[in-house]
Ligand binder design. Structure first.
Ligand code: S3P
Length: 437
């Protein structure tokens, strides 16, 4: 197990880049594999999760070369995948498992998909149900609701599907399966989840129509290889943003960050809390909005957030909780029950760990409540083997008296392996960036 030790920090200063967007990196590999010809992906996120997607796609017979953060994929067209010799392992990555399941449903061969202990506990019924409606044969534990999943692909028929949850992984699984159907496959969501799949499908030349909460794709259309640059991951930038807000003397510039409106809830939430955030150099790249963020020390106040704002910041709730613990007043986060089925039960994990540091935090049935401004003191806390919990605790540690030891910090490698180094470069007190115990 790895321990990350962070000390109370008074000053953060400098200009940084965060690694490439995780959601976009996964999708780029998958779509490039299904396109015809060689795609080049720049600023790819070389992290454990995305390398799982690379490994799965390689095992499906596609040549993928990773050199630093540039990836070259030799796509063989919609029908170019071949049957893997062994089980495909998605590790900790829900995006790998759910999106690849959509692709595997349309193949003329069989596969078995598994993942680590956390992923094998996460709900898969939400994807197996629509894929079965399209005609795929899928068997999994607990009537197809838990991995491992055995998928016998075949000829699929298009569906019009109304999802019960706003989940980009679910929407994407259906749209990717739709690539293998004659005609239009349609998904309608209760609230708009991140739209990277539909934007990237367009960039690869697929016929896609987006109308509010409805997305349609027409299948059996050849995808053309692309060159694309992955924007910096706003979900990773969020940790640096909150760090800059809560440290007494801070001015941090984060360059080239993805600002897709379906993902930018964190900017809105922190702004509502009173954060000093300025966005400059806004531009568009392959349909995705990108910009630079300037974040300075801020006096934060508590907020109440729910609904669509929570969907647009679903991965950032642990770090919002950290910000709320130093803010003045009470923060309430509702409509966030999905957090219970992420890499860990994030509601229980973050409230429990913040309490160890002295914060006043309560679990709610669909979210959490934090009474800010209590004195925080460094202690030993646990990542719950969840990268976003480990990162949120590392940020919280900056505002706690003394030092904080984050146990199980190896899980940072899932999305942000270089975080301790970046934090140290900015002047954060990183006492040990990953000693083994
Ligand atoms: C993701 C979608 C979200 C998010 C996850 C990445 C994606 O999950 O929490 O970290 O890349 O599509 P859901 O689809 O379950 O909402």
């Amino acid at each position: 197990m790895t321990v990350l030790t962070i000390g109370s920090t008074k000053r953060l200063h400098g200009k940084v880049r965060v690694p490439g967007d995780k959601s976009i990196s996964h999708r780029a590999i998958m779509l490039a594999a299904l396109a015809t010809g060689r795609s080049l992906i720049g600023n790819f996120l070389v992290s454990e999760d995305c390398l799982r997607t690379v490994a799965c796609i390689r095992n499906l017979g596609i040549n993928v070369e990773v050199e630093n953060d540039t990836v070259s994929v030799c796509g063989r067209g919609l029908d170019g995948l071949t049957e893997p010799e062994d089980v495909l392992d998605a590790g900790n990555s829900g995006t790998t498992m759910r999106l690849i399941a959509g692709i595997l449903a349309g193949q003329n061969f069989s596969t078995v998909l598994t993942g680590d202990a956390s992923l094998r506990r996460r709900p898969m019924g939400r994807i197996t149900k629509p894929l079965q409606l399209m005609g795929a044969k899928i068997i999994g534990r607990q009537s197809g609701s838990l991995a491992p999943l055995a998928i016998e692909g075949g000829k699929l028929k298009p569906i019009d599907y109304q999802t019960e949850v706003a989940s980009a992984q679910l929407k994407s699984a259906i749209l990717l399966a739709g690539l293998f159907c004659e005609g239009w496959t349609e998904v309608v969501e209760p609230a708009k989840s991140r739209d990277h799949t539909e934007l990237m499908l367009k960039a690869f030349g697929a016929p896609v129509e987006i109308d509010g909460l409805k997305v349609r794709v027409r299948g059996r259309h050849e995808l053309r290889a692309c060159e694309l640059a992955v924007p910096g991951d706003l979900s990773s930038a969020a940790f640096i943003m909150v760090a800059a807000c809560i440290v007494p003397e801070a001015r941090v510039v984060i360059e080239s960050v993805g600002l897709n409106p379906t993902r930018s809830g964190i900017v809105d939430i922190l702004s509502l809390m009173g954060a000093n955030i300025t966005i400059v150099n806004q531009r568009e790249s392959m349909g995705e909005l990108v910009g630079d963020l300037i974040v300075e020390s801020s006096r934060l106040s508590g907020v109440t957030i729910s609904g669509e704002l929570v969907v647009r910041a679903i991965d950032e709730i642990p770090v919002v909780a950290a910000a709320a613990a130093v803010a003045e007043g009470t923060t309430e986060i509702r409509d966030a029950a999905e957090l219970k089925v992420k890499e860990s039960n994030r509601i229980a994990a973050i409230t429990g760990e913040l309490r160890k540091l002295g914060a006043e935090a309560y679990e709610l049935a669909d979210g959490l409540k934090i009474v800010g401004g209590k004195p925080l003191t460094g202690t030993v806390v646990d990542s719950h083997q969840d990268h976003r919990i480990a990162l949120a605790l590392a940020v919280m540690a900056l505002a706690a008296k003394g030092t904080t030891q984050i146990m199980g910090a190896e899980c940072l490698a899932v999305s942000y392996p270089g975080f301790p180094q970046t934090l140290a470069e900015l002047g954060g007190v990183v006492i040990e960036s990953g000693s083994e115990v």
